[in-house]
Design a protein around this ligand. Structure first.
Ligand code: PA5
Length: 417
């Protein structure tokens, strides 16, 4: 499970939180049941709706075939069609599978050429993931990659093409007409909530990740968060704290950890909260801190800049690696490290940072048992549910993203669509 620690909390802050927890208790009970007004976006609330046994069997069989034949697998997708898979793949991928390459998330010709150059001489499979197959980045990359596959494999190319789109979409039609494998993108799940569906799970399975463990983690978290009351529900407590800090004028949340394995998870988390909450002139701006590196850059602003942010640390309890900085006989003045494992040194940096920062700004820690597939599943469900609650407490719709459409209209006009 995930535990929540509140650092340096005063009696007054405790009382304010208790009030907030009681005041919004109906937000929790409504979310636990799933609100009818969001029925078209709540397909993730029951993890098994889109990750049942049949679906997992199908995804594992497809992943086995790809792993057996591919040197490179290109995930074409942007935002919610990319971030969940990438966060797990980059944290936990096995060395024995195909290289996972990302496309559909940029319009830069330099980046696209670089991506294509990585494919030469390799056996390539692609998966184009797009809920709304009008999004320019995946659509344009899919075109480039289809041409690459047909040029390279001729009539064999369709066997190497998978597309994940909604039932009845133009993407499905394209698959039917050209003999590509089609996977269903859940119609009742928005991109950023799709980690536990074919969108996130196929690329993860191709990378050799145990997707059943992920789904189990999400399901266990679901059971807890949808049954626990307002006094003992960690996601609800986190959502209330966010809103409490927001009411006190804090406009930025920094998610920070001392584990670079979270690097791509940060992008998923940023998207989840930015797109779900930032609307109607409200919202907490999500940023991330990769510590200890960024203590040497952002750390100055956090400690001494304007008090606009609160910090949420992700801390992993179970040690997953070990390295001793052995002395080599050269006097380098680092002998105080003798006999200490880097795991312990990194933890000392975490505790020191919490001690320093929590004297200046509100600091929370979310404690995670272990950094593995099961716990990634837990985190996805935890943050998705917390985000739903937090946006509802703030009074905005957690599932739409009207602001993203504004630039698209200007761009499509400019490109003559
Ligand atoms: O969460 C969302 O709905 C969005 O971020 C989408 O995932 C993103 O815009 C990609 O959309 P699509 O899958 O339609 O290309």
């Amino acid at each position: 499970m995930i535990d929540l620690l509140i650092h340096n909390q005063t009696e007054e802050q405790k009382e304010n939180l208790e009030q907030m927890l009681r005041k919004n208790a109906d937000v929790l009970s409504k979310a636990q049941a799933g609100e009818a007004q969001y029925a078209d976006s709540l397909g993730w609330l029951d993890t098994r709706e889109w990750a049942g046994e049949d679906m997992l069997d199908r995804l594992e069989a497809l992943a086995r075939e790809i792993r057996g034949n591919a040197d490179a697998f290109v995930l074409i997708g942007v935002g919610g069609s990319n971030n969940a898979a990438r966060s797990v793949v980059e944290a936990l991928k096995q060395e024995d599978g195909p290289e996972i390459i990302y496309a559909g998330n940029t319009l830069s010709p330099h980046a696209l050429r670089k991506m294509l150059a990585q494919l030469h001489g390799k056996s390539v499979y692609i998966d184009c993931i797009a809920k709304n197959f009008e999004t320019l980045e995946p659509g344009a990359s899919f075109r480039v990659l289809r041409k690459f596959l047909y040029d390279t494999y001729g009539a064999e190319a369709p066997k190497r093409i998978i597309a994940t789109g909604t039932a009845g979409s133009t993407l499905e039609q394209l698959c039917t007409e050209n003999g590509y494998t089609f996977l269903e993108f859940p119609v009742n799940v928005g991109g950023r909530y799709t980690a536990m569906t074919s969108v996130g799970l196929l690329p993860m399975a191709v990378a050799g990740i145990d997707i059943r463990a992920l789904v189990r983690g999400a399901e266990d978290m679901q059971r807890t968060l949808r049954s626990r009351g307002f006094e003992e529900n960690t996601a609800y407590r986190y959502a209330c704290l966010r809103n409490l800090y927001y009411e006190l004028g804090y406009r930025v949340e920094m998610l920070a950890s001392f584990e670079p394995q979270f690097r791509w998870f940060y992008k998923w988390w940023e998207q989840l909260f930015a797109e779900s909450e930032g609307k109607e002139n409200k919202g907490i701006f999500p940023v991330t801190g990769e510590f200890s590196e960024e203590l040497h850059s952002l750390g100055q602003f956090i400690q001494d800049g304007p008090p606009i942010m609160f910090e949420t640390f992700l801390d992993v309890e179970k040690q997953n690696a070990s390295l001793m900085p052995e002395p080599d006989g050269i006097q380098d003045y680092f002998d105080y490290l003798n006999g200490k494992d880097f795991w312990e040194i990194n933890k000392a940096a975490y505790h020191a940072t919490v001690a320093a920062h929590s004297r200046k700004l509100p600091c929370l820690t979310l404690k995670l048992g272990e950094l593995d597939a099961y716990h990634f599943g837990q985190m996805f469900y935890f943050f998705q549910f917390a985000c739903y609650l937090s946006a509802r407490i703030m009074g905005v719709n957690p599932f739409d993203q009207p602001g993203v459409e504004a630039y698209k209209k200007w761009m499509f006009d400019a490109l003559g669509k």
